[in-house]
Design a protein around this ligand. Structure first.
Ligand code: FRU
Ligand code: MG
Ligand code: CA
Length: 610
């Protein structure tokens, strides 16, 4: 895992890895002496941009208004053009679609609206031809109550009795004929996390919707089944997994609590009723230390798979919203390796509208400070569970934030549409399908919870249904701003979010970005700077005014920047152009303006990348 620090001396040839890890772009490297080796190549996943495809909303090939696998395959070139190294597909498995596919009813087959197994095989083949890796979404915490596993468990079929978390109810002291749930646990979507099964005469646990029953990870049979599922998809050519909902994988063991499930402590805030998320503090239902060993076992499994079968590294990336120390343990602990990286949600959870440059610096350095030595960082701006960048923060920040994730060391993660600066779509209560909005909200409050606005179809063009579907009616409405914000238009326009994005993602494949030192600091309350440096190559520096008004900084304040520098790429909000020269002196930046500057090498005082 540890990589020695590469320091370049002399005449060398730098190799920048391009998507897929097969082809190598050779970049002439000016130097002062002979003999130094090129920087060691990094694994494909260490510097890649991972592009999240939300299958229902990417591209509909058969006109039913729902995206599908042949649609995705037909548009994979877009990922290449966007500079991605890998696609992560949100779940494509058979599902009653209560939670948009995160309620899997058969982990071994493709959801019928999305296509057939051959369509998946075709997708993987095409992706690999294009040099793209394919990651699948693995949802181990729960299965749909329509799955055979659940039906068999409910029927106490031998071998499946303990596949899920079953428990007897408690007697109601106030009403003899009533049975109460085993504990006060609250579901992520509101209401008790326990549901009564008439058939089995017991409650089952569901940390998410009623139709998503939690697997019992204390059962060796369940753990074994998970490995079978992973092996199945690796055999089909998947390059690894994004693993869903890990903090909820395990719950307290009744054996440690006198034979019953212990109540979570109460949060004590009066605004929450017992059926609302937040009523309890999830002491026994989230972040249990035992779950990490399962993740480490999965890492061992994919590493062994790679050793036995050859090919590039198969990765596991973990999803969990939790505090920094619990997050970092996903990387590994006590000599065991874990996730190749756990998703870094800092830009989603720690930045609010009106954030300052120091807020942003703090957020970046938090990850880099806690991350274990030699581990790979990653930067996530959005996903299917959160409001889009332009809507959550400000449209003017789209390019600057894309530049930030491009300039920072490690991998970046792009949710489909963020390369265009797409905004949240408008979805009325009547059109709302998100189970979270429907369970936690009502006609008045659903917008507080609904994830549908970030899930509306991709804007391929300005035509009907945005080129997403030939059908005028789509599973979620197409956002009306697709006439202004769409890929076709942004490809034609001389300057666009997409063109900025392309320039940035191409830039991040250079050795300075994949291997160089970094400096991240605030020059003022408004302006952030990121310097990347790898002598004797040119350095690249991002200067980004995150505020809603202009800011004047001084070029002297930027450590390790040798002037004059050349503007490499700018945000749309900038009046400057690529190729403009920045000379020593005051530098005025417009609201939201981001500049990436190219300069010749100077001694760097930055942090070494391991
Ligand atoms: C991420 C997520 C959600 C889904 C939940 C349960 O939090 O992927 O989209 O509702 O996990 O699988
Ligand atoms: Mg379709
Ligand atoms: Ca669980």
């Amino acid at each position: 895992m540890m990589k020695s620090v590469y320091i370049a001396f002399g005449v060398v040839v730098g190799a920048a890895m391009v998507a897929g890890g097969v082809a190598w772009a050779i970049i002439a490297w000016r130097g002062s002496g002979p003999g130094a080796p090129p920087p060691p190549p990094r694994g494909w996943w260490e510097t890649a941009d991972l592009y999240q495809i939300y299958p229902r909303s990417f591209k509909d090939s058969d006109g039913d208004g729902v995206g599908d696998l042949p649609g995705i395959t037909s548009k994979l070139e877009h990922l290449v053009e966007a500079g991605a190294g890998a696609a992560w597909l949100s779940p494509v498995f058979q599902s009653p679609m209560v939670d948009a596919g995160y309620d899997v009813s058969d982990f071994y087959s493709i959801h019928e609206e999305y296509g057939k197994m051959e369509d998946f095989e075709q997708l993987v083949r095409r992706a690999h031809e294009l040099g793209l890796k394919v990651l699948l979404d693995f949802v181990p915490n729960h299965a749909s109550t329509e799955s055979q596993y659940f039906k068999d468990s409910e029927d106490r079929v031998e071998g499946f009795e303990d596949f899920f978390v079953w428990a007897d109810g408690l007697h109601d002291p106030e009403n003899e004929s009533n049975i109460l749930p085993p504990s006060n646990w609250v579901s992520q979507f509101g209401g008790s996390a326990w549901q009564w099964s008439e058939k089995r005469g017991q409650f089952y646990l569901h940390q998410f919707s009623v139709q998503q029953a939690d697997f019992n990870f204390r059962s060796p049979a369940v753990r074994d089944e998970m490995l079978q599922i992973m092996r199945f998809w690796l055999d089909k050519g998947a390059d690894g997994f994004r693993i869903d909902g890990l903090p909820y994988l395990m719950e307290a063991n009744p054996a440690d609590h006198g034979g019953r499930y212990p109540d979570d402590p109460l949060c004590g805030r009066k605004e929450f009723g017992p059926n609302q998320l937040g009523y309890t503090v999830p002491l026994y239902t989230k972040d249990l230390i035992e779950l990490y060993d399962i993740v480490y076992d999965w890492r061992e499994f994919v590493d062994n798979y790679q050793r036995e079968n050859g090919g590039d590294t198969r990765v596991i990336l973990t999803e969990g919203y939790t505090n920094i120390s619990m997050t970092m343990q996903y990387y590994g602990y006590g000599g065991r390796l874990g996730a190749h990286f756990p998703f870094n949600f800092g830009f989603i959870t720690d930045l609010t509208r009106g954030f300052s440059a120091p807020d942003l610096v703090y957020c970046v350095l938090k990850w880099l400070t806690y991350m274990p030595r030699g581990a790979v960082a990653n930067w996530v701006l959005g996903n299917h569970d959160n409001s889009r960048v332009a809507s959550r923060l400000r449209p003017a920040l789209v390019d600057g934030l894309n530049a930030l994730t491009a300039l920072l060391p490690g991998a970046s993660v792009t949710y489909q549409g963020e390369e265009l600066g797409m905004r949240d779509g408008r979805v009325s209560w009547r059109q709302t399908v998100d189970v979270e909005a429907c369970s936690r909200g009502n006609e008045q409050t659903y917008q507080l919870y609904s994830r549908d606005p970030a899930r509306t179809p991709f804007h391929w063009d300005g035509g009907p249904s945005a080129g997403f579907s030939s059908n005028a009616s789509t599973w979620l409405p197409v956002a009306s701003d697709h006439r202004e914000i769409n890929l076709e238009r942004q490809k034609k326009e001389p300057r666009s979010h997409f063109k900025v994005f392309q320039a940035l993602k191409a830039l991040r494949k250079r050795p300075t970005l994949t291997h160089g030192d970094y400096i991240v600091e605030a020059l003022s309350d408004k302006t952030l700077v990121v310097v990347r440096h790898l002598a004797p190559l040119d350095s690249f520096t991002l200067v980004f005014n995150v505020a809603g008004s202009s800011d004047t900084v001084h070029t002297d304040w930027i450590r390790s920047l040798k002037l004059p520098a050349t503007v490499y790429v700018t945000s749309l909000s900038s009046k400057r152009n690529a190729g403009d020269v920045i000379s020593p002196g005051p530098l005025e930046l417009q609201a939201g303006e981001a500049l990436v500057l190219q300069a010749s090498s100077l001694v760097s005082y930055g942090h070494k990348l391991s």
